[in-house]
Design a protein around this ligand. Structure first.
Ligand code: GTP
Ligand code: MG
Length: 572
């Protein structure tokens, strides 16, 4: 492995001089450097989505055939970027043209496999079989991306860095999503969008969560939301449309959730039967947010597509992106605290009555607000609410409760907020400060909220029924008075506090560094909690790529799905 890495390291050095200048990636940190704030979350999304549509992903059947491929494709159109990488032992090239028409032209001359029993479906997942024999061609404008190293390799390098702040920044640099990671995520989203786009003309598939909110770690899952209109107001283009002439269409179900489930089933079928490289397609309907889960092999991404709560998922990503863009210490701090939490089993890779990565992120942001590095959100009207939690849940879609426009404006404004220059504490001090803050935090009576509330006690929120009993109250910043940590049990708050205390003590010794912090805080999940892990989600669509009688399985599936649909419909 090490030899391979050395080879790659040399390769990237060798190639780096010859890489064509790529279009500069959008990065929130560049906002800090520039006084002219031009990049927004939405311009970043639009840029990446357009880039993805100009891109094809090609599996190279033979090693070192990239020059030949480059030569072939450059005859079709101007290539803006070509990045080589290896996924699942396959050499791949992600190739971006300067315009979308070149992709269409390339697809027009792309042929189907004729020697195998395969469906003649077209997609931007391609295979290149080299014709070249003898000496290799030398076309050089090619970049090769080195994948982010494993944690163990990063940890070794951490030892060579003395200063904890530098260690934190190094750790973030080495674990965050790379340019290729981001390109692949938007590429896979655009494939899903295309798969549905031929039926629903305005289909939009957006990545959300850690893939876009600047807190994504290399190899994290890809969360996507699928909708049939671009709900981002500015993008609704009605120009040139004649209102008198309309498409005749089917009526949709009245119940959003039921509708989403019906569409997700179609999506799952489409991906499973027709979309190359999408495997292990599962449809998980009974979850709070129903999803289709699949693996995209050429990018090696684990993907989840959801269709409900799309507005809140989009707003949440935008909020986190904007907060992160205010100060370039936010993302590195979130990264290192999320790693620490994983080592200490404060978070787990599966859901249960413990903290999630998302909740851990909110804790960090709340702490940074408390020391005025980040601003409080200022869009709520702090009147006691009489809305019951049931009503909140029933509303389901953000906007029914809070005024979308006010929230939108607040989200737009927040990125113009300048970081508090008075607090120029180093990352090491902020890390220690985080632990000291939470070792003394009173989860029993205090509210954790990103909103600008005068009263920060839990009891200040007038709730009904059981709501005031939640052991930890982490307010959902988009739906005021809604607890985003209902899964947490009291003992986890206590364990978190104790682990923070320990971490704070470890960092008090000047000789200590990040590695010893991770090692000394390492613990395994208590037995009683292991038993309370949430059961694995049940897919109602097992992978059909196993050796099972397909006809039989499909029939069983249909019956199961009918039952699930029937039950869900009755519940609603
Ligand atoms: P990773 O662990 O790196 O995948 O982080 P993530 O932020 O992507 O978390 P996850 O995949 O669990 O969730 C994706 C997104 O869904 C989050 O970024 C949030 O925007 C949203 N989300 C997750 N959990 C909650 C929750 O409990 N409440 C609300 N309102 N949103 C949530
Ligand atoms: Mg995620």
């Amino acid at each position: 492995i090490l030899l391979n890495r050395c080879h790659y390291a040399l390769a990237i050095q060798h190639y780096s001089s010859s890489i064509r200048p790529p279009i500069p990636p959008f990065s929130p940190s560049s906002i800090n450097k520039s006084s002219n704030v031009t990049q927004t979350f939405d311009t970043m999304l639009d840029f990446r989505r357009q880039q993805a549509r100009r891109t094809v992903l090609i599996h190279l059947g033979r090693s070192h055939s990239e020059s030949e491929l480059y030569k072939l494709c450059s005859r079709i159109g101007q290539i803006t970027n070509m990045t080589l990488y290896t996924a699942n032992k396959k050499e791949c090239a992600l190739l971006e043209f300067s315009n979308e028409q070149s992709v269409n032209n390339l697809l027009k001359i792309t042929s189907h496999f004729t020697n195998e029993n395969r469906l003649p479906c077209a997609s931007r997942n391609l295979y290149f079989s080299s014709q070249q024999t003898g000496t290799r061609l030398k076309y050089h404008p090619i970049g090769r991306e080195v994948q982010q190293p494993d944690d163990s390799i990063i940890d070794k390098s951490l030892n060579d860095i003395r200063n904890v702040s530098d260690q934190i920044r190094f750790f973030w640099q080495k674990t965050k999503l790379t340019e290729l990671d981001t390109r692949l995520r938007f590429f896979v989203s655009s494939l899903v969008e295309e798969a549905f786009g031929s039926i629903f003309v305005d289909t939009v598939c957006l990545p959300f969560g850690s893939s876009v909110n600047t807190f994504g770690k290399s190899r994290c899952d890809l969360d996507m939301l699928l909708t049939f209109e671009d709900f981002r107001e500015k993008n609704i283009k009605r120009d040139g449309k004649i209102p008198q002439l309309r498409f005749l269409t089917k009526r949709s179900y009245l119940n959003d959730r039921f509708q989403a489930q019906a569409y997700l089933k179609i999506l799952a079928d489409t991906l499973k039967h027709f979309m190359a490289e999408c495997t292990n397609v599962q449809i998980i309907l009974p979850a709070r947010v129903p999803i289709v889960r699949f693996q995209h092999r050429l990018s090696d991404l684990q993907c989840d597509v959801s269709m409900s709560e799309f507005k809140s998922s989009y707003y949440m990503s935008k909020l986190l992106w904007n907060l992160s863009s205010i100060d370039n210490r936010v993302a590195p701090l979130v990264f290192v605290i999320r790693r620490w939490a994983r080592e200490a089993s404060i978070t787990q890779s599966t859901p249960g009555p413990w903290f999630s990565n998302f909740q851990m992120t909110l804790l960090v942001l709340f702490y940074l607000q408390s020391i005025e590095i980040l601003p409080k959100l200022n869009y709520i009207n702090e009147q006691p609410t009489t809305i019951s939690p049931q009503d909140i849940l029933a509303a389901n879609v953000l906007g029914d409760l809070s005024d979308d426009t006010i929230l939108m404006n607040e989200l737009e404004n927040i990125r113009y907020v300048q970081s508090n220059k008075a607090n120029n504490n180093s990352l090491a001090i902020l890390l220690k400060g985080f632990f000291t803050f939470y070792e003394n935090f009173d989860f029993q009576s205090s509210l954790i909220t990103l909103l600008n509330r005068k009263n920060m006690s839990k009891s200040s929120l007038i709730q009904t029924g059981k709501d005031k009993d939640w052991p930890i109250y982490l307010e959902n910043p988009l739906v005021p008075s809604m607890n985003a940590s209902k899964n947490l049990v009291e003992s986890e708050g206590e364990r978190f506090r104790e682990t923070c205390k320990k971490a704070s003590e470890i960092l008090s010794h000047s000789s200590k560094n990040l590695l010893s912090l991770f090692e000394e805080c390492h613990q395994i999940l208590p037995d009683d909690l292991i038993a309370r892990a949430y059961p694995a989600p049940i897919s109602i669509m097992p992978d059909l790529e196993t050796d099972i009688n397909h006809d039989e399985l499909t029939t069983i599936n249909d019956i199961q799905q009918d039952q699930v649909f029937h039950n869900t419909h009755q519940q609603h």
